[in-house]
Design a binder for this molecule. Structure first.
Ligand code: NAD
Length: 321
């Protein structure tokens, strides 16, 4: 089997490869040739840690495995990131462990790739202004991946603590894009595409703040109780997601489902759009919303691509196991 250490990942994958891997697995999920197994997530009663597994099998890509990981709040003091994850891939024909891959950077990359896939398929072709809500660890990855999907002319952003926007401003400058910190009202009024990537438990972006024709990628809500946008905005939008069960249970759609303003049947899989079974955006005035909840199959897809590249470039460690 192969080991691909975390430190090698940055030099291996390109955003285009991640985009393709995530787009393919969303398509496979919708075609019912890939499915996620039930997620396990537990407070382990030690080090205040939350630990769990996301796993699945993609018969089309032959990716079988799991991402093991979680959140250790005390890690910062030890010089480690609080989120820790590792991907294990197994040979679908024999069950033998095929590879162990560092999963920290891959998590940010596959999450950004999901937002990018949604923008590629759902945003207006003439989108010019990209709005980012949130400026934590994931935000710059989101900006870089999404900005490549349209001819954006400007990036605008909002964060609860505006001084944290410096990293987004730097990333925008590196991409040659002008950057402006705005209020939520201004951000909504100007943006053609909005990515929300916060860990908020209350609606930040309100329905009245979003103009017709906007595409919103809600990427932060991945747990029961979290919320980034007003439920009325979700109800007004045409909603798409990676996996419907997660969208209604732990995703952004959970709140509009709970107050009855959205029905499960109103939510479409992004994979159906990719496969040509759903038209996606049907007018220039329509608000489209992607509820990116994050599935294990995304992790397996990007990790499998990394293993192939690592072997090719001679940086995978071969272990007799
Ligand atoms: P982070 O801790 O680095 O940053 C958190 C961000 O949320 C900051 O910008 C902070 O200002 C903002 N925030 C927190 N509470 C807020 C509130 N009440 N109002 C407004 N803003 C608030 O986190 P991160 O690593 O950037 O992750 C952001 C979110 O994305 C988390 O909720 C995380 O669980 C989620 N996430 C989702 C996926 C997925 O696949 N969908 C993958 C990875 C992370």
């Amino acid at each position: 089997m192969y080991i691909v250490p975390e430190k090698e990942i940055a030099g291996l994958v390109t955003r285009a490869q991640n985009f393709d891997a995530v787009e393919n697995v969303f398509a496979s999920m919708s075609a019912r040739s890939a499915y996620n197994f039930p997620v396990i997530r537990e407070a382990i009663g030690h080090a205040d840690a939350l630990y769990g597994f996301k796993s699945g099998f993609d018969r089309a890509g032959l990716n079988l495995g799991l991402k093991s990981g979680g959140y250790w709040p005390g890690n910062m003091e030890k010089g480690l990131t609080n989120h820790q994850s590792t991907v294990f891939l197994f040979d679908a024909d024999t069950g033998k462990c095929r590879a162990v891959v560092g999963g920290n950077l891959l998590t940010a990359l596959r999450t950004a790739a999901a937002a990018a896939v949604s923008v590629a398929h759902l945003a207006r072709e003439d989108a010019k202004v990209l709005g980012i809500v949130g400026a934590g660890h994931q935000a710059t990855f989101q900006l870089r991946a999404v900005a490549e999907q349209r001819d954006f002319e400007r990036v605008v952003a909002w964060n609860r603590t505006p001084e944290k926007l410096a990293s987004l401003e730097k990333a925008a400058a590196e991409m040659g894009l002008p950057f402006e910190s705005l209020s939520l009202e201004e951000l909504g009024a100007h943006s053609d595409v909005i990515v929300t990537i916060t860990s908020s438990f209350d609606a930040i972006l309100k329905d009245a703040q979003v103009k017709p024709g906007t595409h919103i990628a809600c990427m932060g809500t991945d747990t029961k109780g979290k919320q980034e946008v007003e439920a009325a905005l979700v109800a007004r939008a045409t909603c798409f997601t990676d996996e419907i069960a997660q969208s209604i249970g732990i995703g952004e759609c959970q709140h509009a489902i709970a107050d009855g303003s959205l029905k499960e049947a109103d939510i479409a899989e992004i994979g159906a759009v990719i496969n040509g079974n759903h038209t996606g955006r049907s007018s220039d005035d329509e608000v489209t919303l992607f509820d990116g909840t994050g599935v294990g199959l995304q992790d397996l897809a990007v990790a499998a691509a990394v293993v192939d590249l690592a072997i090719e470039k001679g940086v995978a460690v071969k272990v007799d196991f």
